[in-house]
Design a protein around this ligand. Sequence first.
Ligand SMILES: Cc1cc2nc3c(=O)[nH]c(=O)nc-3n(C[C@H](O)[C@H](O)[C@H](O)COP(=O)(O)O)c2cc1C
Length: 375
Amino acid sequence: MNFPKLFSPLQIGPYQLKHRLVLAPLTRMRAAKPSLAPRPLNAEYYAQRTTPGGLLIAEASPVSATAFGSPGVPGIYTEAQIAGWRKVVDAVHAKGGIIFLQLWHVGRVSHSSFQPGGVLPVAPSAIAISQELKTSTTDGKVTTYETPRALETSEIPGIIDAFRQAAKNALAAGFDGVEVHGANGYLLEQFLQSRSNQRTDRYGGSIENRARLLLEVTRAVVDVWGAGRVGVRLSPYGIANDSGEPEPMPLYSHVVEQLNPLGLAYLHFIEPRSSGAGRAEVNWQNVPSAMVLFRPIWKGKLIAAGGFTGQTAEDAIAQGHADAVAFGRIFISNPDLPRRLQRGYPLTPYDRKTFYGGEEAGYTDYPVHDELAKA
Ligand SMILES: Cc1cc2nc3c(=O)[nH]c(=O)nc-3n(C[C@H](O)[C@H](O)[C@H](O)COP(=O)(O)O)c2cc1C
């Protein structure tokens, strides 16, 4: 058997994982329309990727109707969506898996056509994403990003409430935990970073102020779930969705230090080398390693993600840089990824064209390896 560290047990909060290979959160845009509730096809997809004692982080799920920026992503704010997620969770639990849900607000990475009433998306400040990046409207027209509307200070408690309610909804759906999406240029990261946050109230300006919303949201979610069942995902040195803090170290050191006392299940870092992997094949060179930089500051369990192979995941754990490693793209095309890596079987390549939207093709039709199918 390969990779003894990767396939060794790990305690995460109250959960005893049987191995350390985690399914990364992956947006696949295949929820039911118009309810945006998960459907049986989604349950099948997650069940295919479940191993006994394995951790899955379910795809980013908007916490409210205004938190959306793309079609067909499953929400976590209506009864129908909770009921749909419950079927996903049941399918994963039936196979002995552990599943967290990623809670998401896209902020300015949206378009007015996705917003109730067709209003502008909200953000920390009225600063648009670079016109070089494109998005699309609800009817699929490719366009540039609009200048978002800056949230009033009085609206911030409403954002925190939306995360709190979504956390309660995830609890009602039977999830084992939740992950706060603080990465990839979405709302919470827009608040963290000075390029997207030029507010002059207590949520902007100093590092302490810019970190406030992420910390308040995380504390609200911890109040609902208890500490050991909440993770946070961060992408320092990332550039996804026109993000990028000029000097990430002071900002993210502060964030990690403030998260330390919360007793989280884990902190989840995206390696900068694969920042933006959702949009294009990237392999940035000469960029720092998030796990290496922040491991000395973070006192809890650390999940690393981004561009790992079985061997580099094994090495990261053996060297003490990470406790577990999340896999995205190759887990899409290899539903049996943990067993394949453990036994050294070749991997099926993924097809980027079928990442977002559609039905079974490129979703639930990737094969299990012949030898594993026989077993
Ligand atoms: C199709 C696709 C969808 C993604 N969706 C999400 C998401 O919902 N939330 C998130 O935090 N990251 C998302 N990511 C980033 C992945 O979780 C992961 O960090 C990235 O793919 C790098 O890991 P990999 O090299 O193993 O693929 C997505 C990436 C891809 C390719």
